[in-house]
Design a protein around this ligand. Structure first.
Ligand SMILES: Cc1cc2nc3c(=O)[nH]c(=O)nc-3n(C[C@H](O)[C@H](O)[C@H](O)COP(=O)(O)OP(=O)(O)OC[C@H]3O[C@@H](n4cnc5c(N)ncnc54)[C@H](O)[C@@H]3O)c2cc1C
Length: 562
């Protein structure tokens, strides 16, 4: 007789394993089968890409899955994202504009060695009672109201199992997406290559300048996800808990063709030309140079038409969609998917009708994705514009912390009333949030032709902008649903004022409009002087505190370091 499970999860990577743990924690007697096609343990140091977490996923791992103990013992703390921008002299790291905090962050995140992590998660899921089979490749799913049949192969034999639910976590294998043909192209064409080196690499060691070295608290550069950036690309340096280092190049082929980076040798030659200091510090040092692997991924972004069905199937992680790694959001989307999918599964197994919920969760996820696309689309072309990137990154953090993070830490994504109040209707806060973000992302593109200066020798701490620091800290506060709605509404007012102030500065620089003009946030766009004055005359007046904050991020009045 075929074995029957409540949930079958093809794909035992990050998404599948965390989904199993989340379900088991909520309902210990739920029966789960996880099928993983890899037939051995994951390799420490050089398993998969996706080694940096940000705040939403960190909350998921630490609080929802209760992985604090593991993360603190075996993985590294992460001290945010740190950027080094374009200069005329990339040989000297302290000559670059550096963007990162000077003090340890209050809100935690982690750098992950994916091999160590996935081995631990597989062990933990089994301790909680899930079955986990290595060397098991899911081949076919036949849907039925009596229970879905899944066929997998193991040791050259086909085995049939029945699952009330199928949760596809096969990553780019995309089992269900292929079967049901709900693939969707994503209009965002960027490529990535990456490799791991044995040993620790600390960017602090890349200069002898003691003032530069001691300008911030110790180890903040080492524990950050470090980005070296210029037009069309960024290079990452990420430390791993296994004492190895991950290096990657992410590049828009319109500026840096894939064929220039798609082998290790070509990547080194590309670094020598575009990031000479990185080349010097990362190049092979002879026999046994510590190269652990080298991987490439062409056009990594992909979209999906479906995610969750009341017919008792769903997809999670990269089996659904993937946008861009710039802000390390992959695990955030896993946290969101697993939260929606596990809620549907648990309610359905408890006998609840989930038709409406499945549809609302799917729409919420798809529109969340839609709101996030403009953050990345065409933006690699701005990566050589330091001033624009400083403002853009700060804006992107502001929108991320003030709304989605706060909603996630407050369990709002499964609260139907809150979702309806926030997102239903054309004038809802959620719709305004999406529209305001889109306006700003378009403004950054339009600004490019007016921002021509190359800056150097400056340090910008994002948390000198007080609204940003506050948004980040506030995501840890728990609110009652009513208070949460009020908090989101208050945050939207701050975002509108931030948008207005950024626009005032940009429009003054580009079009010569007054720095104290009123601004209507939902009409932001670089127009002629006459149109601007007309459109914005009944808009928001300047807010002195926000103005002060934006000035902190304004390099034209830069802070010289040394
Ligand atoms: C360049 C780049 C950088 C990134 N950086 C970050 C980052 O810093 N932070 C972050 O959070 N995310 C990052 N990501 C995203 C991150 O890699 C993914 O979100 C994450 O790995 C997806 O996990 P997953 O479990 O969905 O897929 P995977 O990790 O790919 O797991 C899928 C599993 O399914 C198995 N499988 C496949 N087909 C079958 C089958 N038919 N049967 C059984 N098993 C199967 C595979 O062996 C695999 O183990 C990055 C992505 C890219 C491309």
């Amino acid at each position: 007789m075929q074995k029957k499970y409540d949930v079958i999860i093809p794909g035992g990577g990050l998404a599948g394993l965390t989904l199993a743990i989340q379900l088991k924690r909520a309902k210990p007697d739920i029966s789960i089968l996880i099928l993983e096609s890899r037939d051995t343990e994951a390799a420490t140091g050089a398993h998969k890409v996706g080694e940096s977490t940000v705040e939403l996923a960190t909350h998921y791992f630490r609080e929802v899955l209760d992985l604090k103990g593991y993360l603190e013992e075996f993985e590294l703390p992460k001290q945010g994202l740190r950027f080094f921008f374009k200069t005329n002299n990339k040989e000297v790291v302290e000559d670059r504009v550096e963007f990162g905090t000077q003090k340890k962050l209050t809100v935690l995140s982690h750098q992950l060695d994916r091999g160590t992590l996935e081995n631990y998660l597989a062990k933990h899921a089994q301790e909680l009672g899930a079955e986990f089979i290595l060397g098991a490749r899911a081949k076919e799913v036949n849907f039925s109201t009596e229970g879905h049949e899944l066929i997998y192969s193991k040791d050259a034999e086909d085995i049939k199992v029945i699952g009330t639910w199928i949760a596809d976590a096969t990553g780019r294998g995309s089992l269900l997406k292929r079967k049901m043909k709900f693939q969707k192209p994503m209009e965002h064409h960027v490529n990535a290559v990456w490799w791991r080196l044995t040993g620790e690499i600390d960017v602090d060691d890349w200069s002898e300048n003691t003032k530069w070295k001691t300008y911030l608290e110790p180890k903040l550069r080492y524990h950050a996800t470090v980005h070296f950036m210029d037009k069309g690309y960024w290079v990452w340096v990420i430390p791993l808990g296994s004492k190895n280092t991950s290096i990657g190049i992410v590049a828009d082929p319109a500026v840096h063709p894939f064929e220039e980076i798609n082998t290790y040798e070509k990547s080194l030659a590309w670094l020598e030309k575009n990031e000479p200091l990185c080349y010097k510090m990362l190049k092979p040092r002879g026999e046994g140079d510590g190269l652990m692997d080298f991987r490439v991924l062409k056009h990594y972004a992909h979209d999906t038409g479906r995610l969750y069905s009341s017919d008792r199937w769903g997809v999670t992680g990269e089996a659904g969609a993937f946008l861009d790694p710039l802000y390390s959001p992959g695990s955030d989307f896993i946290a969101l998917s697993n939260t929606w999918l596990s809620d549907l599964i648990l309610r359905d197994l408890a006998g609840e009708d989930i038709v409406l919920r499945a549809s609302i969760y799917e729409q919420s996820h798809l529109s969340h994705l839609e709101n996030w696309i403009p953050i990345y689309q065409n933006k690699y072309l701005l990566m050589g514009n330091t001033q624009i990137m400083l403002i853009k990154i700060s804006w992107d953090w502001a929108v991320y912390w003030s709304v989605p993070c706060l909603l996630f830490t407050n369990h709002a994504f499964t609260n139907l009333k809150l979702l309806k109040d926030l997102f239903a209707g054309p004038t809802s806060l959620g719709r305004k949030f999406g529209e305001l973000n889109k306006r700003m992302q378009d403004l950054f593109l339009a600004w490019q032709q007016y921002d021509t200066e190359i800056f150097s020798n400056s340090y910008i701490d994002a948390f000198d902008a007080k609204f940003l620091k506050q948004f980040q800290i506030d995501m840890l506060i728990q609110y009652e649903p009513k208070e949460l709605m009020k908090k989101i509404a208050d945050n939207m007012v701050i975002l509108e004022n931030v948008a207005a102030e950024i626009f005032r500065m940009v429009s003054a620089q580009a079009k010569g409009t007054p720095e104290d003009m009123n601004v209507a946030p939902y009409s932001i766009g670089l127009d002629t002087m006459e149109d601007t004055t007309e459109k914005h005359k009944t808009g928001l007046a300047p807010d002195a505190k926000i103005k002060e904050d934006i000035q902190e991020l304004w390099l034209y009045k830069k802070k010289i370091m040394a």
